[in-house]
Write a protein that binds this ligand. Structure first.
Ligand code: CP
Length: 361
């Protein structure tokens, strides 16, 4: 049985296979209209969503399946103190597959450890968002015809932007990728993402001037500065308008540059750009539904195998130190072991298994 918590849970071959399935779904939708007949998807959304939840639900309906779930945890027994693990065990009695979004980092991983059905991470706090990455990859593939030999610029909130983190992890496994990180210093990508690029020998540069960076880009991935991730509102107010893409700024960009954005947008892309042929963010929304259809099909076809042990093959510290990330699922989940995995044996660096925060030894 497979769960998808991180994009790295899928090999490059599997991602390419999902893209092929999505392309076949686009070409032959009728072939898939009863593929999930008799199956149920549970959408457990502990944090607001428009695209991810409704595209998962739309995906399951278009596969002939059914959907149960909640869009606000206040309407679930989580509001009475039920744990993520217990929720996952309960839902395993009702559904065949779970898509979970949670405001705590690592919550979908904890759900996958307790559930007896596959769990898909539909976004966990400022950590990861693998199915958005699948939408992004299909969009890049359909726009550029390839996932290699591309210069990709990421602009905006690269610190808390889970879609940025996951897409960089995915792109690092393709050849000829160059990355340009465009952000204020305060919203720089986390260390573990830089480590990922370094280990994959993916060249990257960090700049703060969007206009100067634009002419080299094949893909511009814009992001929103996310108010909900800031502990300090004044800091959000100071940074929120760091980058606003307007039509005049695009004059020096390539004529075939693709502009992506995971959405929702606030003001970081002018609505006038929506008419520009380079604007791909609404196509990206539709591509998300096709990739989620492909992923549901894949995971439901693999439910008979052994459950993957997420701790396997890692050198672990168990209950020797405590994660100090206030957004980590370990802060609230009852009797959850504090698990740290060794990620850099040379420098003896351990990271929390659930949220990837570095251990303070
Ligand atoms: N891109 C994305 O995750 O959008 P939602 O928050 O609306 O699901």
């Amino acid at each position: 049985m497979r769960s998808v918590i991180d994009i790295l849970d899928l090999s490059v071959e599997e991602i390419n296979g999902l893209i092929n399935t999505a392309m076949d779904i686009i070409a032959n939708p009728d072939k898939y209209s009863s593929a999930c007949k008799g199956k149920k998807l549970a959408t457990l959304f502990f944090e607001p969503s428009t695209r991810t939840r409704l595209s998962f639900e739309s995906a399951m309906y278009e596969l002939g399946g059914q959907v149960i779930g909640f869009s606000d945890h206040k309407n679930s027994s989580a509001s009475k103190g039920e744990s993520v693990s217990d929720t996952a065990k309960v839902i395993s009695c009702y559904a065949d597959i779970i898509a979970m979004r949670h405001y705590q980092e690592g919550a979908p991983l904890v759900a996958s450890m307790a559930a007896s059905i596959p769990v898909i991470n539909a976004g966990d706090g400022g950590h990861l968002h693998p199915t958005q990455t699948l939408a992004d990859l299909l969009t890049i593939y359909r726009e550029k015809g390839r996932l290699s030999d591309l210069t990709v610029g990421f602009c905006g909130d690269l610190k808390y932007g889970r879609t940025v983190h996951t897409l960089i992890e995915a792109l690092c496994r393709y050849t000829g990728i160059k990355i340009v990180l465009i952000s204020p210093k305060e919203l720089d990508v986390p260390f573990y993402i830089k480590k990922c690029m370094n280990e994959a020998n993916v060249p990257y540069e960090e700049v703060d001037d969007l206009e100067k960076a634009l002419p080299d880009l094949d893909i511009l991935y814009m992001t929103r500065v996310q108010k909900e991730r800031f502990a300090d509102v004044a800091e959000y107010e100071r940074l929120k308008d760091s980058y606003i893409l307007t039509a005049d700024k695009l004059e020096n960009a390539k004529s075939d540059m693709a502009i992506l954005h995971p959405l929702p947008r606030v003001n970081e892309i002018s609505v006038k750009i929506d008419e520009d042929k380079r604007a791909c963010y609404f196509k990206q929304v539709l591509n998300g539904k096709y990739m989620r259809m492909a992923l549901i099909l894949k995971l439901l076809s693999e439910t008979k195998g052994e459950k993957v042990d997420v701790k396997e093959g890692k050198t672990l510290l168990v209950n020797e130190i405590k994660c100090d990330n206030p957004k980590c699922i370990t802060t609230t989940e009852q009797e959850l072991d504090q698990v740290f995995k060794l990620v850099d044996s040379e420098n003896n660096v351990y990271r929390c298994l659930y949220c990837e925060k570095k251990a303070k030894m």
